[in-house]
Structures are given as structure tokens and as C-alpha cells.
Design a protein around this ligand. Structure first.
Ligand SMILES: Nc1ncnc2c1ncn2[C@@H]1O[C@H](COP(=O)(O)OP(=O)(O)OP(=O)(O)O)[C@@H](O)[C@H]1O
Length: 262
């Protein structure tokens, strides 16, 4: 029989990843893992390489060295679209919802990777896509209810407050039932009340199969939300640990927390 460790879902692993632009080394032999059932924070000063590492995970950037694997399967030769189909889902620093679609349709768009007949069938009135469209609507509506967004299903995103738009983005990201949810500065532009709501929503998403990774400068959110934290500085991992361990790490305090966690 499998023991508890081997029976858990797949880990996302980064091994000795290095990335350069011209002569500028942005990531230097970075190794870390991201575990299912946990929220992992990725923090560090501006320019430390956090977004670049996200871009390596999603396939937007190709590291010159190192290995990235999900459940032991190398992602190296997989272009971004295939990684998305393999279960990597991402939200961006700036809200990137489709302004012409209403909230429900935006979330349905997130389900497109699960569809058998492609995203066009989810929207165009083609006969082959009718059943799939109904299924996608129902599933998207379920996600909206889960995030307390059902009341906004038929409005377009532009009229919604920033915190609600952010939650719609997250709804779209989880509608694809990802194995890995990568959130790049989800609290950017939100007020404290919206940030608290976001923290609660993200905590509610934790499930045994799902890997959640959050890049964020809001240390209250990071410390409340995360089970583990990795810290980058000048492209190098300088610490990994629980929030309490990271808070007490002298190197992390020196390069990052010293003037931001007061
Ligand atoms: N496409 C690119 N071309 C050249 N340099 C890049 C590129 N992408 C990132 N960089 C450089 O890599 C370094 C790390 O940037 P990155 O955006 O990954 O940092 P970050 O930790 O996410 O910062 P922030 O907290 O400000 O978002 C920076 O010096 C940046 O200028």
C-alpha cells in the first residue's frame, strides 16, 4: 500500500534553474518545490526574479539551464498552451479580463481547456457545442457561487470594483480545474477590506490536489495565507520555510522584511 507521502498529488519542482537576458543573469541556479495542499509564497525585493520564475514555470521564458517538472514529468519541451492544458493556470499582475464578455462568460472562457470541441464552441451557437456550452455555463456558475460572485454573473467587468475584478480573474483561473494556480500580485491595487476578502477566498481554495503559488509584496497577506515561503534576492533563493521561520531569518530581514514588515 502507498504511504501518505507517495500517495499525495504531484509536486512542482524547480532544479538549478538559471535564466539570463544578454549578459544579465536574472535567475541563478534556483531550486525549490511547490507542494499540493499548500499555499506557497514567493517573495523578495523588486527585480529579484519572481515574475521571471513564474514565466519559466508557464513556459513564457526558457531558462538556459535547469529543470522544471510537474509530478516528475519535465515541462522543458512544452510550450505555454500545453502547460496550460497540463494544468498550470495563472493570473497576471494587471487584471486581464475580456471587457466585452460578462462575468459568467469570462469564467466560461477559463474552462475552455477542458472542452472537447474547442473554445469557439463554448461561445458560438454551433450545434456540436450546445451540450458542452450548457455544461460550461453550469460549471462556471458553480465557481461564481463558490466565490460569492453569482450576483455579478451578467455584468461586464469594467463596472466592478478592483477587488471584485480580481476575484473574477481567480474564478476564471480555477474554472479550468488547475493542478497549479500561479497568482502574480493578486492584492495589487486592492484596499485592505478587499485584501482581507481575497485572503479568505484564497484560503478557501486550498485542496489536497492543488498547488497554489502566490507572488506578493503585501506581507500581511503572505504571512496569513502561506504554509511555506521561498525568498528570492538578486535571482538567488536565499531562504525557504514557514512564515514564522521567514520572519525570523536575519538575511531575509536584512534584504527585504527590515523596512517593509514594520
Ligand atoms: N524580458 C526581459 N528582458 C530583459 N530583462 C528582463 C526581462 N524580464 C525580466 N527582466 C529583468 O529580470 C529582473 C527580474 O525581474 P522580475 O520582473 O522577474 O522581478 P520581480 O521579482 O518580479 O520584481 P517586482 O517585484 O518588481 O515585480 C529585472 O532586472 C528585470 O529587468
Amino acid at each position: 500500500m502507498l504511504d501518505a507521502v507517495t500517495a499525495t498529488a504531484a509536486e512542482l519542482t524547480v532544479e538549478a534553474v538559471s535564466l539570463s537576458f544578454g549578459g544579465h543573469r536574472v535567475l541563478k541556479e534556483v531550486s525549490m518545490d511547490f507542494r499540493p495542499g499548500q499555499v506557497t509564497g514567493l517573495i523578495g525585493p523588486n527585480g529579484a526574479g519572481k515574475t521571471s520564475l513564474f514565466n519559466c514555470l508557464t513556459g513564457l521564458y526558457r531558462p538556459q539551464q535547469g529543470r522544471i517538472a510537474l509530478g516528475g514529468q519535465s515541462l522543458e519541451r512544452m510550450p505555454p498552451a500545453r502547460r496550460a492544458r497540463a494544468g498550470l493556470s495563472r493570473s497576471f499582475q494587471h487584471v486581464a479580463l475580456c471587457p466585452e464578455l460578462d462575468v459568467l462568460e469570462n469564467v466560461m472562457f477559463g474552462r475552455a481547456r477542458l472542452g472537447r470541441s474547442g473554445w469557439a464552441d463554448a461561445f458560438l451557437p454551433l450545434p456540436g457545442g450546445r451540450a458542452e456550452r450548457a455544461e460550461a455555463r453550469a460549471a462556471a456558475m458553480d465557481v461564481l457561487r463558490r466565490l460569492d460572485l453569482a450576483a455579478f454573473s451578467d455584468v461586464t467587468p469594467a463596472g466592478l470594483p478592483p477587488g471584485t475584478q480580481r476575484l473574477v480573474e481567480i474564478a476564471r483561473a480555477i474554472a479550468s480545474r488547475p493542478r497549479v494556480l500561479l497568482l502574480d500580485e493578486p492584492a495589487a491595487g486592492l484596499n485592505p477590506a478587499e485584501t482581507r476578502q481575497l485572503t479568505a477566498v484564497l484560503r478557501g481554495l486550498v485542496s489536497p490536489e492543488l498547488i497554489i503559488v502566490v507572488v506578493e509584496h503585501d506581507m500581511d497577506l503572505i504571512m496569513q495565507l502561506c504554509d511555506r515561503i521561498h525568498v528570492l534576492n538578486f535571482g538567488q533563493r536565499i531562504a525557504s520555510g514557514t512564515p514564522a521561520e521567514i520572519r525570523a531569518d536575519p538575511e531575509v530581514i536584512r534584504v527585504y522584511l527590515g523596512d517593509s514588515d514594520d
